[in-house]
Design a protein. Structure first.
Ligand SMILES: [Zn+2]
Length: 225
């Protein structure tokens, strides 16, 4: 029995190696991230690998011309040390204003925008998103600003708080104004669900009152509420 399994694996290995079987990149843990590739089961792991590799991370953004970003030097602000930073101004849709964030978060956002955000916008509202309003990424603080306890993902600029979406036809859809209301509400709900395919941590109005007016989208962790 064990022999047969070994032979099967060998045959499979040779077939993969010779390109006789084509498996999409997103199903392979060892292929690098490309913004063109839809989210797959190893995306979180691939994003984690970019965390300490600014060169590889920036190369992912550079390979996708719509991405607007500027590499930034490492800085220390208060008690928070920041590395692998970029100033990110969005891809197809513009970040308003541009945001200082860790590079893997910008990559995650780019994948999310390309494959999930506009799909939700088109399905419920018939147009793409033109602009993103947000509350920023970096804040040197603990969770909920408590004096003690765990550091927030914002302390390392590994999360983005998204408050509203401006559509290409000029409409503005905000979490504070449209959550649970009509087509806009259904769009926002789907945005939250689709975000979980890309971001390890997604918190929104269904989670608690502190998130009533924004989605917290973080790289790393495993929460989808
Ligand atoms: Zn947040």
């Amino acid at each position: 029995m064990g022999q047969w399994l070994l032979i099967m694996l060998l045959v499979l290995g040779v077939a993969l190696d010779k390109g006789m079987i084509a498996i999409p990149d997103r199903w392979l843990p060892w292929t690098p991230i490309s913004i063109e590739t839809p989210p797959g089961p190893f995306l979180g792991w691939k994003l984690a690998r970019l965390a300490d590799d600014p060169e590889a991370c920036r190369a992912v953004l550079a390979a996708d011309p719509p991405q607007r970003y500027t590499p930034l030097d490492d800085v220390t602000r208060g008690q928070c040390e920041l590395s692998n930073l970029v100033r990110y101004a969005g891809g197809q849709s513009r970040m308003q204003p541009s945001v200082m964030t860790r590079c893997p978060l910008a990559v995650a956002w780019a994948v999310f925008e390309r494959h999930e955000l506009n799909a939700a916008a088109r399905a419920h509202l018939g147009v793409d998103v033109a602009q993103i309003e947000h509350f920023g990424s970096f804040a040197c603080r603990n969770i909920y600003g408590r004096a003690e306890g765990r550091r927030s993902q914002h302390a390392s600029a590994e999360a983005l708080d998204v408050a509203a979406f401006e559509l290409e036809d000029g409409r503005r859809v905000s979490l504070s104004g449209h959550w649970g209301k009509g087509a806009e509400g259904r769009f926002l709900k789907e945005v939250g669900q689709r975000a979980c395919k890309v971001f390890g941590t997604v918190l929104g109005p269904d989670y608690n009152a502190a998130h009533a007016d924004h989605f917290h989208l973080g790289v790393g962790g495993r929460v989808c509420r």
